[in-house]
Design a protein around this ligand. Structure first.
Ligand code: DGL
Length: 275
């Protein structure tokens, strides 16, 4: 493997700001890697769209990320992981991973009473993919899914602790509270940003699982396996990461700066339909 290959960035994408929860974990856990992020802010939400549409969007984004010469891709979106990862991994030659499998794995290791809840978009929940992966690991685990479609616009609006958000979350989570689950997967990359609200409603007896951390660990493992790990430290003064969106670049940048461990100077708007 030539050294240049290791120097290339990791491509990460989501429908909007949600994938930044994965970027945050990659920055913390694999700090030598450069990141090219794309947030599809013009076409968010993905969660209520058809598989065909999500596949078309994801293919465009993968083409864009490849034009940025990335060495691997992380689909930091549960919906696109559930609906497009299988096809995309057959179509491209660089490594590509999603967030669903790592999330399922950590939930199996966390539950003690074998009762796991999953919250996500309509697309993710109706795909049944979390249930499938969990059952492959442990067929005795009972999985209860609940779609929470209003969470994504609330997060994109940055209403993380607003009373409206608390009210919506209380209604969505009421039926899960009756299911005696001890583990709840935050099966949408936007949801970790509502962690404290969700945690308060579910109570201390329920462990919240954020697949973002496990995804960063899986990425690190994969880079090792493929001999793609960057070995040189990123220059401290230069911002090594690049952020792209399909709309509303300034509000994206402000949001990113409120949750990432490093300051980003700007997010650049591109026309994703060109790819
Ligand atoms: N954050 C994404 C996910 O993990 C997409 C949410 C959406 O756009 O509906 O599913």
């Amino acid at each position: 493997m030539c050294i240049d290959e290791k120097d290339k960035p990791i491509g990460i994408f989501d429908s909007g700001v949600g994938g930044l929860t994965v970027v945050r974990e990659v920055m913390r856990n694999i700090p030598k890697e450069r990141i090219v992020y794309f947030g599809d802010t013009a076409r968010v939400p993905y969660g209520s769209k058809s598989k065909e549409t999500i596949l078309r969007y994801s293919r465009q984004i993968v083409r864009f990320l490849r034009s940025q010469d990335v060495k691997a891709i992380v689909i930091a979106c549960n919906t696109a992981s559930a609906l497009a990862l299988e096809e995309l991994s057959r179509e491209i030659t660089i490594p590509i991973i999603g967030v669903v499998k790592p999330g399922a794995k950590v939930a199996c290791a966390t539950t003690k009473n074998n009762r796991v809840g999953v919250i996500g978009t309509k697309g993710t929940i109706s795909s049944g993919l979390y249930t499938d992966f969990i059952r492959q690991i442990n067929p005795h685990i009972h999985v209860v899914g609940k779609a929470c479609p209003l969470f994504v616009p609330l997060v994109e609006e940055n209403w993380l602790k607003d009373p409206v958000t608390v009210e919506v979350a209380t209604r969505y989570l009421a039926e899960l509270k009756e299911q005696n689950i001890d583990t709840l997967i935050l099966g949408c990359t936007h949801y970790p940003l509502l962690r404290s609200t969700i945690g308060k409603i579910m109570g201390e007896q329920v462990t919240l699982v954020n697949p973002a951390y496990e995804t960063a660990c899986r990425l690190r493992e994969l880079l090792h396996e493929e001999h793609l790990m960057n070995e040189t430290s990123l220059e401290e003064n230069k911002n090594p990461h690049r952020f792209y969106v399909s709309d509303a670049a300034e509000s994206f940048r402000d949001f990113a700066n409120s949750i990432l461990p490093c300051e980003i100077e700007k997010a650049k708007k591109i026309n994703i339909e060109d790819y």
